[in-house]
Ligand binder design. Structure first.
Ligand SMILES: [Zn+2]
Ligand SMILES: [Zn+2]
Length: 348
């Protein structure tokens, strides 16, 4: 373990749950401080892990880097178990206090259990824990309200999803046609200016080669900036994977419903270059028995999807005259409902 991490316990978790950083209390402090609380699906496990790591020490406070469901999901269970107050960034504090699930992104981007907010911490402010001063630093890009925490004396950066050893979290604002890539770059610049010795990321093990991680992050950012559709496709994949980890098991129809209703698959993602995201002009590969349906879809009708000469075209799924639109629920002139469209050509 890096010597700068003495007195800290990093609970490294899987991808559905963020890491937890437990800062053990120093003399004169009320107890330990926990940064981030993982996903609600793992809340009881988080309580058990934290209880074990505390070894009888009180939990004096919980602090969140940002309110994504993989970072704040254990707040409620931890509050019930330890009675610890919670400090969050100010950006969504009003939404959290009012439990405004739409602003928190509840159904679309992960589940949460209602928790109580006791204080906010803004960029430029700091808190003391483990005898160290932790400065709150704005980390917009992945999330406009996110914070990182930096202990300058020991060079420890808690980066959350702003910098991982390999990349950074999805740039959510870009999915809603709001600028975010510039903020990612500015956050990486801010990290580069800090005397960081070891990074405790939101996901993955702590790492020390900050320059290499920054270089990888910048190269990924440059590829997203050059081709935003690449980021959009990446986001769809990540969110779908995350949703399935959260649900564990879901009928294909329910997954299609979720995908159709989630803004990330909307026009902001698809844009106008449809071949990036729609399987237009590709041959339907009947040889792929692991993915493709049997029997092979035929010629499309008003209420069935189909192929044109063995190829998928716009008209395979969409009725250009829109006569079937009402029957299919009115979604984008689809021949069948969004809930069943995947299963027309693909096996689970
Ligand atoms: Zn995360
Ligand atoms: Zn996040």
């Amino acid at each position: 373990m890096h010597p700068s991490l003495n007195g800290l316990t990093v609970l490294e978790r899987g991808w559905l749950s963020s890491n937890n950083l437990l800062i053990h209390g120093a003399g004169g402090e009320a107890g330990a401080v926990l940064i981030d609380s993982s996903h609600v699906c793992h809340a009881e496990q988080t309580v058990a892990l934290v209880r074990h790591a505390l070894r009888g020490e009180p939990l004096a406070r919980i602090v969140n880097t940002h309110l994504h469901s993989d970072h704040c999901g254990g707040n409620a269970a931890l509050q019930r178990s330890f009675g610890a107050p919670l400090t969050i960034p100010p950006g969504l504090a009003d939404a959290a206090r009012a439990w405004d699930l739409q602003r928190l992104g509840h159904d679309d981007f992960g589940l949460r259990e209602r928790f109580e907010v006791h204080a906010t911490l803004a960029p430029g402010e700091s808190f003391v824990a483990g005898g160290r001063r932790w400065d709150a630093i704005a980390a917009p890009g992945h999330d406009p309200h996110a914070l990182m925490f930096f202990d300058a004396a020991h060079g420890v950066l808690v980066s959350a999803d702003a910098l991982w050893e390999n990349g950074f979290g999805i740039v959510f604002p870009e999915l809603f046609d709001e600028p975010g890539f510039g903020d990612v770059g500015a956050t990486l610049d801010a990290i580069a200016r800090l005397p960081v010795q070891v990074v405790v990321p939101g996901h993955g093990a702590p790492f020390t080669d900050v320059a290499a991680a920054l270089a990888r992050a910048r190269s990924r950012l440059a590829s997203f900036q050059a081709e935003p559709a690449r980021h959009a496709r990446h986001a769809v994949k990540v969110l779908l994977k995350y949703h399935m980890m959260e649900q564990r098991r879901a009928p294909l129809a329910a997954l299609c419903d979720w995908a159709a209703a989630t803004p990330m698959t909307g026009f902001a993602v698809v844009g106008t270059a449809l071949t990036n995201d729609h399987p237009v002009g590709i041959a339907y590969n009947t040889a792929d028995t692991t993915l493709q349906n049997a029997p092979t879809p035929g010629t499309p009708t008003a209420t069935t999807v189909g192929l044109y000469g063995g190829r998928v075209e716009c008209g395979s799924c969409h009725d250009p005259h829109g006569t079937s639109n009402q029957a299919s629920g009115g979604a984008s002139f689809l021949r069948v409902s969004a809930a069943t469209i995947c299963g027309q050509c693909h096996l689970k």
